[in-house]
Design a protein around this ligand. Structure first.
Ligand code: HAM
Length: 420
């Protein structure tokens, strides 16, 4: 063991478990690729101001959780705590929104960094797959994204999750609600910190997990009762479209999200087998974000699903993904000459698209066959001096244990035909 360990709140993805993570990323990406979303990749760090303005000066993410650093050149950067603001920044910078083809639909996959208190399901480095649809105000777009996330989870075999749905209103009705909520909160018995939050970001108080706070919130005004007609109609249309698609959801009038850019549709995917870190994904509409970061008005909607928590959800439901073994053929040479011959055969198999591996290092038959077993290969090809003298190699079916001699020159074709 080295003297170094992975930093607190992080962990390494190692084979064979890492295959599960790849499969989850792929399962989330597949429905997006199939629905007109193009792949986008942005840097792992951005100007800190992008997040301060985009995610919100008063959010926990910006005030407590960002990894901020100054470069040698004097730039103030932050490791990205989320990727919606960076994606919008990139789209604006490249003028994709001016190409006359709105909405710009993109998906991404990658690391996020938040200095949070680590616990199961909550890490300082974690991974998301996300989707953003930029530049269109259309309830069908909100519905599309919710339906695609549902499809992704279901394709993994998950069923023990719920979709919580809410509308946060727009710049017409939210300020009216905000004032009403503030009035209500001022009359409660709250500690100083919470009262301060009520002044800066009253909606966040609704999300306070403490029993002492929650029990006072029973009569809090609900945004639902303050939505303007346009927001009401928009939300009703989203609900109808999702319902028509057979996706079930729960109205959650108290759902608020930890990022300030949301307007209208907001949603969270929660899994009931995960304990306190139950949100496996979340998202919503962010019609004002573009203007918040200096762009034109570009109503948009998106989500991000947590890969780490989705893997935990699979474990909670006892789902074993069917991950086909990566190696089909494993070569076991038993002499110097056989090493050269079999290494050439492995190279040829690989060039023909057959997944093949080789027993490296000097090993006895027994330990080499152990590696062959562990590789999950369907066939082992074994050769020693005597085999080669006879112009053959041994082909062993690892399932039946049956072994036959095959001509050295026939082995590649034989394996290709056996593996279909
Ligand atoms: P978020 O709710 O902050 O939204 O994160 C989305 C998901 O990332 C969460 O539901 C969770 O699964 C995962 N996640 C967040 N923090 C952690 C953590 N510390 N450890 C493990 N997993 C975590 C966003 O990030 C928005 N950008 C989503 C969005 C996209 N909204 C619009 N477009």
């Amino acid at each position: 063991m080295s003297t170094f360990k992975a930093p607190k709140g992080t962990y390494d993805l190692l084979p064979p478990d890492s295959a599960k993570f790849l499969a989850v990323r792929e399962a989330i990406a597949a429905p997006l690729r199939n629905s007109g979303y193009g792949y986008i990749e942005t840097p792992g760090f951005e100007n800190v101001e992008l997040f301060a303005r985009g995610v919100g000066e008063s959010t926990d993410i910006v005030t407590k959780e960002m990894y901020v650093f100054e470069t040698k050149g004097g730039d103030r950067l932050a490791l990205r705590p989320e990727t919606t603001a960076p994606v919008l920044r990139a789209v604006l910078e490249a003028n994709l929104h001016k190409a006359g083809n709105l909405p710009v639909k993109v998906w991404y996959s990658g690391s996020q960094y938040r200095y949070e208190r680590p616990q199961k399901g909550r890490y300082r480095h974690f991974s998301q797959v996300g989707a953003e649809a930029i530049g269109a105000e259309d309830p069908a777009l909100d519905a599309e994204l919710i339906i695609l996330a549902d499809q992704a989870y279901r394709s993994l075999g998950l069923s023990n999750f719920r979709i919580l749905l809410n509308s946060l209103g727009d710049k017409e009705c939210r300020p009216v609600y905000r004032a009403a909520l503030q009035d209500f909160l001022r009359g409660l018995d709250l500690d100083e910190d919470t009262l301060r939050r009520a002044e800066i970001n009253p909606l966040r108080v609704l999300d306070d997990k403490r029993e002492s706070v929650q029990k006072q919130l029973g009569d809090a005004p609900l945004l639902r009762d303050y939505l303007c007609d346009a927001c009401k109609a928009y939300h009703e249309e989203v609900r109808e479209l999702i319902t028509a698609a057979g996706v079930s959801f729960e109205d959650d009038p108290k759902l608020v999200r930890g990022l300030d850019y949301y307007t209208r549709t907001t949603f969270e995917f929660v899994h009931d087998g995960l304990g306190s870190q139950s949100a496996v994904g979340g998202g919503g509409r962010y019609d004002g974000l573009s203007e918040m970061i200096g762009g034109p008005a570009l109503p948009s909607v998106g989500w991000a699903l947590g890969v780490d928590r989705t893997v935990l959800a699979l474990e909670a439901e006892g789902i074993e993904l069917e991950l086909p073994s990566t190696t089909s053929v494993f070569a076991v040479p038993l002499s110097e000459e056989a090493r050269r011959v079999l290494f050439a055969k492995v190279t040829e198999l690989r060039r023909n698209g057959v997944a093949a591996d080789f027993s490296f290092g000097v090993k006895g038959l027994k330990s080499a066959m152990k590696s062959a077993n562990r590789s999950g290969a369907r066939f082992a090809v074994i050769a020693g001096e005597r085999d080669l003298a006879e112009g053959v190699v041994q082909l062993k079916d690892m399932e039946s244990g049956e072994q036959v001699a095959i001509g050295v020159n026939e082995i590649v074709a034989e394996l290709e035909s056996k593996l279909g």
